[in-house]
Design a protein around this ligand. Structure first.
Ligand SMILES: Nc1ncnc2c1ncn2[C@@H]1O[C@H](COP(=O)(O)OP(=O)(O)OP(=O)(O)O)[C@@H](O)[C@H]1O
Ligand SMILES: [Mg+2]
Length: 373
């Protein structure tokens, strides 16, 4: 099963420029999370900080009991091997075949023999639908294939945590839909904790279990997907509706005069009925994270804002909402600030969740296979 990632009070600056401050969230084990945010808000910097490649000046990132920011380099190095990283630009070596690119981490970080390496590389290439393209160079294939090759390379060391930076950039809507399905299928097969950075609203609304958003040097919110997707918070609503009117401008923040001019434009209402989350392709196991998330979200349900609670109950149909006692909370507690609620609730559910996770860890889907991809 994937490993939980706990981020506490993380603050990062370059020189005098603060990128974000006091970011606190937990990526639940084996669940898929998405981080949204306008360009330049530090999403890539955040991913790099989680693996210890960049050093925030304050805060902690706890993975398997190791603080990825402040621990000795050798401890960080050992835990880094739990991670698979897919960079924004694919970051493939241009002069190497896809096969050699994908084999690279195995040759670099393990003592595996070439026969074993071959088995793993071909298995991962099959998972992402690249079998047959082993000898192609990155410059000879489409952007979508490069993305998938980057994903295959991120998978060869059997990662428990997969960080993916903009899987959709440069892809057409159909390829983006395929990659969305691929991410869900991967999660079903290897039960890894996943964090996806994206601007793509289709991915954001159909793939993750949890969502967060970085804006103006802060984490606006992080929690179950339904919280952000039904949020009326102006910056969230503007981002999710892709409108020009709202607090986000071309250079991230609009000035007061522009905002005043826009006041007559009614904000887009947040949706109350959400698109269903993608399911694994036929023939694949169910995602083991679904059961864990169900228990986790039920435990926090009474504290969520009303629209999020309604969307959760509606979306999950008959399986949810009966006999669990959570209905008692309906109508209470939703007059607090939503962004804060989500973060706090998330942390509060944490202790309980660990016990639940252990009792449910029986379903560990094996990595590999995946002919349906
Ligand atoms: N190594 C670095 N040194 C100095 N500044 C940096 C460094 N890396 C990133 N930055 C700055 O940090 C800010 C956030 O960059 P980042 O790449 O994380 O944004 P992003 O949210 O990923 O944007 P996009 O959506 O366009 O990919 C930018 O202002 C960038 O110039
Ligand atoms: Mg980026």
């Amino acid at each position: 099963m994937g490993t939980e990632v706990v981020v506490e009070g993380l603050t990062k600056s370059f020189g005098g420029q603060n990128i974000w401050q006091d970011v606190t969230l937990t990526l639940p084990a084996g669940e898929v999370s998405v981080m949204l945010g306008p360009s330049g808000t530090g999403k890539t910097v955040f991913l790099k900080s989680l693996v210890g490649l960049l050093k925030p000046e304050r805060g902690r990132v706890l993975v398997d009991g190791v603080d990825m920011i402040n621990s000795p380099e050798r401890d960080i190095y050992a835990v880094r091997r739990l991670f698979g990283l897919m960079f924004q630009d694919g970051a493939l070596f241009g002069s190497m075949s896809l096969y050699d690119n994908i084999a690279f981490p195995l040759r670099e970080h393990t003592r595996k023999k070439e026969g074993e390496i071959r088995r793993i590389v071909l298995e991962r290439m099959e998972m992402v639908g690249l079998l047959g393209a082993e000898s192609r160079l990155p410059g000879e294939i489409s952007g979508g294939m490069r993305k998938r090759a980057g994903l295959a390379r991120a998978l060869v060391l059997d990662p428990q945590i997969i960080l993916i930076d903009e899987p959709d950039s440069g892809l057409d809507p159909v390829r983006t839909a395929f990659i969305s399905q691929l991410l869900i299928d991967l999660n079903a097969q290897i039960d890894a904790t996943m964090l996806i950075v994206t601007h793509n609203l289709d991915i954001a609304s159909t793939v993750p279990d949890n969502m967060g958003m970085l804006y103006r040097r802060n984490l606006v919110t992080f929690g179950p997907r339904e919280v952000l997707l039904t949020s009326d918070e102006p910056v969230v609503a503007q981002f999710l509706s892709g409108r020009r009117e709202g607090p986000i401008g071309m250079s991230e923040e609009k000035d007061a005069a522009t905002l005043a001019q826009e006041r007559h434009v009614a904000p887009a209402p947040a949706p109350r009925v959400l698109a269903p989350q993608l399911q694994p392709s036929p023939g694949l196991p169910e995602r083991a994270a679904v059961e864990r998330r169900r228990a986790r979200v039920l435990a926090m349900l009474a504290d969520l804002p009303e629209p999020a609670r309604a969307a959760i109950l509606q979306g999950q149909g008959e399986n949810w909402g009966h006999g669990q006692g959570h209905g008692q909370g309906a109508g209470q507690d939703h007059d607090r600030g939503r962004g804060e609620d989500a973060g706090q609730d998330h942390d509060r559910g944490h202790g309980e969740r660990e016990g639940q996770d252990q009792s449910r860890s029986r379903r560990h889907a094996p990595a590999g296979g995946g002919g349906a991809l």
